[in-house]
Design a protein around this ligand. Structure first.
Ligand SMILES: Nc1ncnc2c1ncn2[C@@H]1O[C@H](COP(=O)(O)OP(=O)(O)OP(=O)(O)O)[C@@H](O)[C@H]1O
Length: 558
């Protein structure tokens, strides 16, 4: 029997204004999310929407029905459960899954990832995706927290499509970033949402991972009415819009909804908007070269680095001395007998800049964790630091990390766990001698020299925060958080800077400012990124292909 709701639109927003809170602005109006009332309709589950433009995440929040107050009244927004050919229960609730890919979900101590013994109730991938309870490495039962029935056939199909079936017994904490992203999508789809909202579809994924996720979302929306549902993806202007998207809504701060409708009819609007956006970014970046009026030069910021010289920074020139910062000699790493890295021999010259390449799960984080001593095999005489083999007894975790700073998705998640942390505290913690993972700041950290250096960096990078002492790190936009973490990396003038996905999720302007600054940075820089535009200029690359197979080469700047 057809459901009475069959002909109603799936989502309908009629002339609605959304407010972030009831606190009134100076003009005695609420703080609206978008300046004008919104009209928006998803007519059927078969429509595949792309939410595009600078305010895409705000619009997805609106669709998710969370956080915002709706004016004139909540009824102007409606969700109608579509008829499902296999489901005749009339009162089934409309179910939304909202997947944000910006950060890893768990925030264990970074080194915990690479250790063999995990927390007692760490989950394996299968339990995580089924979302039914906790498992333990020490007992063979599952601590169930729901009576939800799992459709094993659908589970297998989704896991297979996302290439996760072979690793379903692996602990969630041991998953690489790319594997974790696919796992989170699998978990959400297994809840069979009527509306599946996915923000930042491609962040941190290699081309194969992007294609897997894109295909599975298309598959899910094709099943609408038969176990699947409507898919809405949030994409940045520079991202490629999947071929299967049928509709687009473009949102920005000024207009709210700039245009919306069937993609095929909006090609010229899309092109024009993209061109305008690119031109405005380029105009801001050109001129001073860093797109920001600042009293300071790059040299002012880097002159206290140990490898900085008045007659030109060490950067490339320094490599001619062939002095090695690190050498990894025939490194092997295996997890429970399964090799990840094999026979890696890698020489990293002082001041050299590298792109660490390779597909999700090939061992990039594992390789870097050997340098930062987050891996149990880090005390290994095959790791040679400035000519001296690293051994237990002659180096400790703190000494090793004195020279290193890191910005990574895991570290970003740790920062956000410190909910009350101010921007200033976050920056000051960059001076800590031990691991970048430590965000605690001692009173002794507040020295005049450090505060002065922070002021210089904040000014140089045009950090747009009125008061870094009172503003909380977590209240910044993701792009600003990334910028603060980047600056935090520079402050202790490390010999080695590890930038793991540091620019994904950053707006173009600050990203180019960082890239430009790195050209002069005298220290060694290792960059992990899957997207060319997010990769700063480097001289060399190492590409991990599979255990025992890797490539080292120079990057041409033509
Ligand atoms: N403690 C562990 N136990 C078992 N397997 C592990 C452990 N840590 C990592 N792995 C596995 O080792 C492989 C390499 O992981 P790693 O995080 O180094 O990859 P990656 O190249 O950094 O991936 P991504 O680009 O997705 O971040 C993955 O298959 C991962 O699941």
């Amino acid at each position: 029997m057809p459901s009475p709701t069959t002909n109603k639109p799936l989502v309908s927003i009629k002339n609605a204004l959304f407010a972030q809170s009831l606190i009134l602005s100076k003009k005695k109006t609420p703080q609206y999310v978008f300046p004008k009332p919104i009209n928006f309709t998803i007519n059927s589950s078969k429509e595949k929407w792309c939410v595009w433009g600078p305010s895409k995440s705000k619009f997805l929040n609106i669709l998710n029905g969370s956080n915002y107050l709706i004016l004139p009244n909540p009824k102007v927004v409606q969700y109608n459960k579509p008829a499902n050919i296999n489901d005749h229960t009339p009162n089934n609730k409309f179910h939304i899954e909202y997947i944000k890919f910006k950060l890893p979900p768990t925030t264990p101590h970074l080194s915990a990832r690479f250790e063999y013994f995990k927390d007692e109730f760490d989950q394996n991938l299968s339990t995580f995706v089924k979302d039914i309870g906790d498992t333990s490495t020490r007992v063979d039962y599952t601590l169930s927290k729901t009576d939800r029935q799992i459709d094993e056939a659908v589970y297998n199909e989704i896991m297979n499509k996302l290439e996760l079936l072979d690793i379903q017994d692996r602990l969630v904490m041991a998953l690489s970033n790319g594997q974790m992203r696919r796992a989170r999508l699998a978990r959400s789809l297994l809840h069979k949402p009527d509306l599946c909202l996915v923000d930042d579809l491609y962040l941190g994924l290699d081309p194969h991972g992007r294609s897997l996720i894109s295909k599975v979302l298309n598959w899910y929306s094709e099943q609408a009415g038969n176990g699947g549902g409507c898919v809405v993806t949030g994409l940045r202007i520079q991202d490629e819009i999947p071929q299967w998207c049928t509709h687009i809504v473009c949102c920005d701060e000024v207009e709210g909804i700039v245009f919306q409708g069937e993609i095929g009819r909006l090609n010229s609007e899309i092109r024009d908007y993209k061109t305008r956006w690119l031109n405005s970014s380029n105009t801001r970046i050109s001129g001073t070269g860093i797109g920001n009026k600042t009293k300071y030069t790059t040299d002012d910021l880097i002159s206290t680095h140990e490898w900085y010289h008045e007659d030109g920074n060490l950067g490339k020139g320094h490599e001619t001395f062939k002095m090695l910062n690190y050498e990894l000699k025939d490194i092997d790493v295996a997890y429970r007998g399964v090799p990840v890295l094999k026979n890696i021999h890698w020489k990293i010259a002082k001041g050299s800049k590298w792109h660490i390449r390779g597909n999700n799960g090939c061992g990039k984080s594992t390789l870097l964790s050997l340098l930062t001593a987050d891996h149990p095999q880090s005390w290994n005489s095959k790791i040679i630091v400035e000519g001296k083999p690293r051994k237990t007894g002659n180096s400790n975790y703190f000494d090793i990390n004195k020279e290193i700073s890191v910005s990574s998705p895991e570290l970003h998640a740790v920062a956000l766990k410190n909910r009350e942390m101010s921007v200033l505290t976050c920056l000051l913690s960059g001076f800590n001698d031990d691991s970048s993972n430590n965000f605690l700041v001692k009173r002794a950290s507040y020295t005049n020299n450090r505060m002065k250096l922070i002021d210089m960096y904040v000014d140089y990078f045009g950090v747009n925060v009125p008061d870094i002492e009172s503003c909380k790190f977590q209240d910044l936009s993701v792009s600003d958080q990334k910028l603060i973490l980047f600056i935090r990396c520079c402050l202790k003038m490390p010999k080695l800077m590890i930038l793991d996905e540091s620019f994904s999720g950053m707006e173009v302007d600050p990203m180019l400012r960082c890239h430009n600054f790195l050209k002069s940075w005298p220290g060694t820089v290792l960059v992990v990124s899957h997207i060319e535009e997010e990769t700063p200029e480097v001289d060399h690359y190492i590409r991990l292909i599979k255990p025992g197979e890797y490539e080292i080469g120079d990057v041409s700047h033509d």
